[in-house]
Write a protein that binds this ligand. Structure first.
Ligand code: SF4
Length: 410
């Protein structure tokens, strides 16, 4: 995919999806003469403007917990080829008040002398609703209306001002990527995703649609790794990272939670937890893992540790566009599980006993033919009975079907 996008970026040919179509814009005539439309690299510094909409700040907490790469490495510019990131974050920045907001104004006026990316955490509220009563939902800074009055600048307005000149707009977390909890049924604030807010025609100054890194909260490493990959692309060193049709990093979100779940073997053998805390597959107590695209089971949460199913939790689908409404009521067996787990029980009920018999044979060393030939204190496991031996022989024959393997355990 990345190859196709780069190819279309070179030739101007129509691409295969919105990302390749976006790359179509990276053509010679579009890169000049506007300073904002820069050629890839060399870049020493890239500014990152962090906007917080309808959010709980969980995405910020996740991002600062990332370890591969850590945020610190991005800020110090110690990753080879990746430009140093200058972060403007409403909580983490040292500057405050007007000194902080001034940085945003400079980006809008193209006074930075360096490219910038916009990172949005939280969904975008419909400020027209709040304005009806003279209020606002979320704001950052204020600007003067006249001598005596000023008005708060809604975050949504900042997004609208900064997005056209940004080298890339990255939506972090499910609220920003799809709308998330603030846009659940009812939605009094009219909340929506960044890509819905900016519209289908939005492209960054470098021709990219919104990049989406979902999760509630997202895995910090998914964010920093994607940022590093995008910065390498902007630097002109790396290829355009592969994104799927929803703008997600494809290498992170192509597979389901279930594909690499530590409990997948239990599912396959038809063994299901009845209570939380049981070690088996959690589908019958509410896990949606088989249909949810997320890498939490393979990546863990922080530093490859933790993660929902790894620590006994179910998957509630927090990375998916239909979250939360599509996955409620939480902690109830998903509708499709009746069919799929019944199938696993039938197949697993047949396979599991056969595997246990083979396991029993495999737990005996070749010389341990009977009790007299077991010199250690171990290996006194029960000798397989006649029925087990017969089933084992049948199973061994079955294993040998279509195989050139000659070896047969005793
Ligand atoms: Fe799949 Fe969930 Fe069971 Fe893991 S716990 S094997 S993700 S259904």
């Amino acid at each position: 995919m990345a190859t196709e996008v780069l190819e279309s970026a070179k030739t101007g040919a129509k691409g295969v999806n919105m990302f390749s179509a976006a790359a179509d814009r990276v053509k010679e005539e579009q890169l000049m003469p506007d300073e904002r439309k820069f050629r890839g690299g060399p870049l020493n510094v890239v500014h990152a403007y962090w906007l917080a909409g309808m959010s709980c700040d969980g995405c910020s907490v996740s991002a600062v917990g990332a370890t591969a790469p850590p945020v610190e490495d991005l800020l110090m510019g110690v990753i080879p080829g990746v430009p140093k990131v200058v972060l403007h974050h409403p909580v983490l920045s040292i500057e405050a008040g007007h000194h902080f907001v001034r940085n945003f104004e400079m980006a809008e006026k193209n006074e930075l002398g360096a490219p910038y990316v916009v990172i949005m955490e939280g969904s975008v509220a419909d400020e027209r609703i709040a304005a009806k009563t003279g209020g606002y939902w979320v704001a950052l800074g204020a600007e003067k209306i006249d001598e005596n009055r000023s008005r708060p600048i809604p975050t949504a307005e900042w997004l609208k001002r900064l997005a056209p000149g940004a080298a890339a707009v990255i939506a972090i977390g499910t609220c920003a990527t799809w709308g998330g909890i603030p846009s659940a049924t009812g939605n009094p604030t009219g909340s929506m995703s960044v890509m819905d807010f900016l519209g289908k025609d939005y492209r960054s100054s470098y021709g990219l649609p919104v990049i989406n890194i979902p999760g509630c909260p997202p895995i910090g490493d998914n964010f920093t790794e994607t940022v590093a990959a995008v910065l390498l692309f902007l630097q002109g060193i790396g290829p355009l990272p592969e994104f799927d049709d929803l703008g997600r990093p494809a290498w992170l979100f192509n597979d389901t939670v279930h594909t690499k779940c530590v409990r997948g073997g239990f599912y396959e053998e038809g063994q299901f937890a009845k209570n939380y805390g049981d070690r088996e597959c959690l589908v019958e107590v509410g896990c949606w893992g088989p249909v949810v695209q997320c890498n939490i089971t393979s990546r863990g949460f922080i530093n490859h540790v933790g993660g929902c199913m790894n620590t006994g939790g179910i998957c509630i689908g927090c990375t998916m566009p239909s979250f939360p409404d599509g996955f409620t009521p939480f902690y109830k067996k998903p509708p499709g599980a009746n069919i799929s787990s019944a199938g696993s029980k039938v197949l697993g009920g047949f396979m599991r006993p056969l595997r246990r018999i083979t396991m029993k044979f495999m737990n005996r060393e070749a010389r341990w033919t009977d009790e007299r030939h077991i010199p250690s204190g171990w290996g006194h496991g029960e000798k397989p009975g006649a029925v087990s031996q017969m089933l084992h022989q049948v199973y061994v024959r079955y294993q040998g079907l279509g195989s050139k393997r000659k070896w047969r355990p005793k």
